[in-house]
Design a binder for this molecule. Sequence first.
Ligand code: PLP
Length: 399
Amino acid sequence: MPLKTGRAASVPAFIVMDIIKAANARDSARAADRAMAADPATRTIHMEVGQPSTGAPRGVVEAAKRALDSGAALGYTEALGIPPLRAALAAHYRDTYKVEVPPDRIAITVGASGAFPLAFLAAFDPGDRIALATPFYPPYVNILQALGFRPVLMEAGADSRFQPTIAMLEALAAGPEGPPDGLIIASPCNPAGTMLHADELAGLAAWCERRGVRLIADEIYHGLAYEQPAETILRYSRTAIVVNSFSKYFSMTGWRLGWLVLPEDLVRPVECLTQNLFISPPTISQQAAVAAFDCHEELQANIRRYAENRALLLAELPQAGFDRLAPAEGAFYIYADVGHLTNDSMEFCRRMLSEIGVAATPGLDFDRGRGSRFLRFSFAGSTADMAEAARRLKGWRAR
Ligand SMILES: Cc1ncc(COP(=O)(O)O)c(C=O)c1O
């Protein structure tokens, strides 16, 4: 007799992970072929991955070594994280944004990924409607659906820099089900790399407070902004939930460490949820991360590289026919409208990978409707790789 599988078992794939698998398979095939392996022109250029190509800063690695050598058991920590790290984050908010956040409103999590289910489960009930703009970071929708919440998608285009607007929310609120229960925003966002500016953040925060809508702001790409610094929603809202992580600016993806800034009423619920779901975030990562706040000089060198990569691609991609690009104000992504080149971005990316070894992510991951005419380039890699990608793309498009 066939056994039952859960509703959440039908959660869609996170397509970029499949592209990464295909790009890695290409790398393995190349390594096994002597002639190809000897030819640098056949190397895969990884512009699909949304992670820094650098490791954790030196100070963090040294702190991790010290923790290992100390002979400490490195057992579980308090569920909300070690006090020195929560205090370091409170100081980070003071120094970076001039915003006071008491350490006891900060919860350390297993990456931003681990923060999402905690935030959603603490704030919403099954069936609740959570609004977000399309295109979006796919796990928002996939996690919401897996947990029994209802994502409500608001189509955003180049005219609003692919970000949500109050007009979109008003239109939703005027519909049969009224305003949503929650709103997720991200600035800078993935995939478009665009930002919500101070007046837009203030407007969205005020609208949500007026309508009783729980606002969740994904600030994971803070620190990676090229035109003006990103503003935290905490400046404009007392009730918003902030999600952030050590993965991007701090270049610590595999350390699996993130955090939530919570309004008072959600601290204890999140503590109880995380005790049960995770027990605690990784201990060695927490101990090492305290040192991350003394590593800004090294991290700024990464930012300078991203800025150089961004400038190079914004100048070169149009010469390869990719001339409809989102503004790329932050993060390390360029979202390209390729509707004039293809109506099947999945096949386009597959060909780009197999014919010239440049891996990028089809827009379908982020926008199930219009995504077939978009793709996302990540410029988190080396500047030499970006220059080589531009060279290959120009040659490819010329053919
Ligand atoms: C917008 C956004 N939020 C959250 C995450 C998850 O990050 P992590 O779990 O590594 O902290 C990512 C990862 O790419 C992302 O792009």
